[in-house]
Design a protein around this ligand. Sequence first.
Ligand code: GCV
Length: 678
Amino acid sequence: MSYGKGWLAYHKIKTEKNDSRQISIQKLCSFLTVRAKGKIIDTAVEEYRTAAEQILGITVTVNERGSSVSKQPAVPGVIFELTEKAPDLKKDGFRIFFAENQLFLSANTESGLLYAVFELARRMMDGIYLPDLDITTNPAMNLRMINHWDNMDGSIERGYSGNSFFFKEGQILHSDRIHAYVRLMASIGINAIVINNVNVHERESYLITDKYLDSLKKYADVFAAYGIQLYICVNFAASIDIGSLPTADPLSGDVISWWQDTVRHIYDIVPELGGFVVKADSEGRPGPFTYGRTQADGANMLGRALKPYGGLLIWRCFVYNCGQDWRDRKTDRAKASYDYFKDLDGSFEENVILQIKNGPMDFQIREPVSPLFGGLKNTNSILEVQIAGEYTGQQKDVCYLVPMWKEILEFETYAFSDKDKSSTVRDIVSGNAFRNINCGMAGVTNTGNDYNWTGNDLAAVNLYGYGRLCFCPDMTAEQIAREWITMTLSSDSQVMNTVTNILMHSRSTYEKYTVPLGIGWMVTPHSHYGPDVDGYEYDKWGTYHRADRNGLGVDRTKKGTGFTAQYNEPNASMYNNMDTCPEELLLFFHRVRYDKVLKTGKTLIQHIYDTHFEGVEEVKNMRKEWAALENKIPEDVFRRVGERFEMQMQNAVEWRDRINTYFYRMSGAKDEKGRKIY
Ligand code: GCV
């Protein structure tokens, strides 16, 4: 199957506007001196060559190569150098600056140099005068991870862009596409990729055996050349399922030895492996609870086995009771992760990291931030977000997620008693708040073997934006969108303005025509696309809206389920009080009557009607704006995205009519504007 180049489809730019400047960019970039050696440096040289040739239309001559090259070339050129002398550079950071007729790309790691090359390529595409550059960039987060939910049969759980490019019919695939993918990931700063689903089924349990280790080694090598570590998800009960032990009890001596031997063998063959990711005691996956052990017992046992090899153990906090009785109003799924993990704070091994979903529920279009951020202070944590958009349009409906992720990162958790000390989620996952090294972000990816990688071409901005955000969370969502548009579509001003406008409004539009004010779900069971208001209302998953003829919403205050108390003050009180609770989260935290007047002066029921009508109108406008780009962007992209807008239109109309009709019938309240409700 063929594939596109995504944001690395460089094209030749016009450099005339620089022609009158002192130094010819073409000449400057033709001459490269490499004062460094290594596998990733070789990659950086190749990537530089590709970028310079394709963007500037030149052939690059590599002057000298090697770590001892120190003489300054007589002609203008580009110099790659590894330096230990730059105090403002952190691990994998880089500097690009111009001095003595040379454009320096300087870093203290090989990966840093590779990132500098990709940054330079972005600047070239922007058409800027390179000698003006003076940039120092350090990655904000140490772990910048991608999670694949790919299964070995080739399917992808919550995948909306075709099948896996890693696996097919139980085999590991080796194709050019893997290399193309790894380039894309490295270009946005990704340094860790987990290739298989957190739901480790029977076949995937064998990934840690000789059956697959040689193949994994090949992947590890391809990844390593781009500064990326390979990770795999493992089955907590592997000692039973593939070993011959009767137990997976993490405190059993036999289990401990089995994992130690297994991990030793894996690292003998794949020494580059980054480590394991584990989903335990969650949605049917085995875990330490079966043996009366804690989540820390389970994680630490595996962490200790990985430690001698520098491996990390990433343990997910998505642990909750998925067999709830819908009649039970006391149990609250939102409380589960905090209840299971908060008291374990400080009891995890140094190489164990907790992976926490952004919200306490499950990747909804609007949720509060998980109270584990700010609750855990002595534990490495990474923030898990979902690029794939399971509940946010599934890459049919356009929904730019970077604005949401930025809100999450900027959320102040008030973890310190000195309330002036910053402890935003960003501070926590970048390791600044509690001085943890093993922190960062994990994004559940939206890729598959579709030609354009992401189903909807516009959904690639979420993948691109995820990587850029992990590296540079200071960038605004709009800057990221514009950069992606330049790299992928065009820098033509009409294209730039139209697509930026569509992307920047897309989340709010999606939210308008789907679930109101943070209540979540109301989706078609299993597929999770399209509306079904009561689809999960009488089910076991703990995801209820509790609508009746008077109102809707879940009372999570102290008088209700008590979830608000999991936050530090003043957040706990803010959420607990209906008047101070941010309105966009009102129904998440409170049970609200339909006739309650909101800050806009509208009643809740009128807000529901209005937003749903508005949402559909906004989709119509986006579709129209897109249609005006014909002949301005590649024909195939124009067509594919156009088709997606048709699907989004149908989806939005269906949501509008189902939600409005449902709440009209429940409440009996008429729409003030007398619009059609069924
Ligand atoms: C991989 C949600 C999804 C599941 C997913 C799970 C998880 O429940 O619907 O498909 O499983 O989250 O994050 O583990």
